[in-house]
Design a protein around this ligand. Structure first.
Ligand SMILES: [Fe+2]
Length: 234
């Protein structure tokens, strides 16, 4: 498999490129609108055709490149059916497998950060978006977030995987690029060790986080796959 991790510093977002070496078909997970030229260059460099842009959820902190890539490269946008993104070309739900060349991509429904969150399992690695971060997790106070549901999602759909499964998150704010299921089960500050569901809900209720800077722009844009609606001024 061809694999590349991109980092967008403004929102500390990780984007992933996964390509099939045989058919040269590729997917990208959680693209960022400002980075399109880098993605196109990487795809060209490896001789890859972009088939799907996969969203782990409707993001509140950056605008997806899905619509731009669809326009430039003909890729199709994949989102969970409850994500509220009617612009999606392929609406998926738990247990769906996408086959792209030799890549088998399993959709695991992991709501709680938002009600439309999914993780994508590809071989020995899982792309968790904002559901599970390295030593943390996504906030649960916006976009139909629900701490109890997030706890259940992570335990049932991520912590149930083999301990050496690689975890590639949607963000990291400290330069860490990858973790494992075993590490997060033991060490995650919010969920690791013996943290109970009730303790986790209590932790999440007391984070006192600031209102997300980009949310008012990013949410409507991402519900349209990144097509920014320009309002005419009077
Ligand atoms: Fe998010």
């Amino acid at each position: 498999m061809i694999f590349k991790q991109f980092f967008e510093p403004e929102s500390s977002t990780y984007t992933y490129l996964l390509g099939c070496e045989e058919t040269r078909q590729a997917v990208m997970i959680d693209t960022v609108g400002s980075e399109v030229d880098k993605y196109v260059a990487a795809l060209q460099q490896h001789g890859l055709t972009l088939v799907f842009t996969l969203e782990t959820h409707v993001h509140a902190d950056h605008v997806t490149a899905a619509a731009t890539l669809r326009e430039r490269l003909g890729s199709k946008s994949v989102v969970h059916r409850d994500a509220g993104a009617q612009c999606g070309d392929v609406l998926v739900t738990d247990g769906v497998h996408l086959q792209v060349g030799t890549l088998d991509i399993e959709v695991r429904y992991t709501p709680g950060h938002t009600n439309g969150c999914v993780s994508y399992l590809v071989g020995d690695r899982i792309f968790t978006g904002d559901a599970l971060l390295i030593d943390g997790c996504g906030r649960t106070d916006f976009q139909q977030g629900n701490a109890g549901q997030l706890y259940d999602s992570i335990h049932a759909k991520i912590f149930s995987l083999p301990e050496d499964t690689l975890i590639y998150p949607g963000h990291d704010y400290h330069g860490r690029t990858v973790s494992t299921v075993g590490h997060e089960k033991r060490e995650n500050k919010r969920l690791g060790g013996q943290t109970s569901r009730a303790e986790f809900i209590n932790i999440m209720a007391n984070l006192k986080l600031a209102y997300p800077k980009q949310i008012d722009v990013a949410l409507p844009a991402n519900q349209a796959c990144g097509q920014v609606v320009i309002k005419q001024s009077a």
